[in-house]
Design a protein around this ligand. Structure first.
Ligand code: SAH
Length: 213
């Protein structure tokens, strides 16, 4: 569990790659420049940690591509102190980015193995979410609603209503919608029943699953 000068150098190159691909938010870039992504991956993949690629983690899931993490984080427009909800904790990398941005993070994971692993790992490297939840992200997290922003990090076949209703007015939901390929979609809540919708290009995610296994 080391973070060396070599890792830091590779991370800066990754940040430059993300800038070239169009990421502008300086806080997001600083977070990615700071977080030791290699520690979130299984040892066999550590050499790949600073390529702009998704990689396998446990339980047939993936750590999202850095560009995707940056793109979604930028759309959330996180300000320090924002209460945010993440669906799909996975490796905890996106969670760490949100914590670096100063958010109070609630994050839900449906795979028990990942939930347990990441619940142990994040505090070990100094990242403390408000709460990591073992449960079904389709339901959101009513007891802490409303949220300033919500991010879904798995491909959703449809937009779950609880996620829209758990946004505060002015709040933002960033969700990839679709089956084989997803369209990154941003909803901004303009009023109790009013949502503005923006579609922002194609991405590929592992599926947001409904049944517990
Ligand atoms: N944010 C993660 C991405 C992990 S991939 C990271 O940075 O590593 C998507 C994650 O969503 C997987 O861990 C998967 O188990 C989880 N997931 C899928 N369906 C879910 C659901 N209904 N509720 C909560 N998590 C879910």
């Amino acid at each position: 569990m080391k973070d060396t000068f070599k890792h830091q150098g590779m991370r800066q190159q990754l940040v430059e790659t993300l800038v070239k691909k169009g990421i502008k938010d300086q806080n997001v870039l600083a977070a990615i420049g700071k977080i030791p992504r290699h520690l979130f991956m299984d040892s066999g993949f550590i050499d790949h940690a600073y390529q702009d690629k998704a990689f396998p983690i446990a339980a047939d899931q993936t750590i999202s591509q850095p560009y995707t993490v940056a793109f979604q984080s930028e759309l959330m427009e996180v300000k320090r102190g924002d209460k945010v909800l993440e669906i799909g904790t996975g490796s905890g990398y996106q969670t760490a980015v949100l914590l670096e941005l100063g958010a109070k993070v609630f994050s839900i994971e449906r795979q028990q193995e990942l939930f347990k692993k990441t619940s142990k790992f994040l505090p070990k490297i100094g990242y403390r979410a408000k709460k990591l939840i073992f449960g079904d992200g389709y339901k959101g997290f009513e007891e802490e609603a409303p949220f300033k922003s919500i991010i879904v990090t798995a491909g959703a076949p449809f937009v779950p209503n609880p996620l829209l209703s758990q946004l505060e007015i002015g709040g933002r939901l960033v969700i990839p919608v679709g089956d084989a390929i997803q369209i990154m979609t941003l909803f901004i809540r303009k009023g109790p029943k009013e949502f503005e919708k923006h579609e922002l290009g194609e991405f590929r995610f592992v599926p947001l699953l409904e049944d517990k296994n």
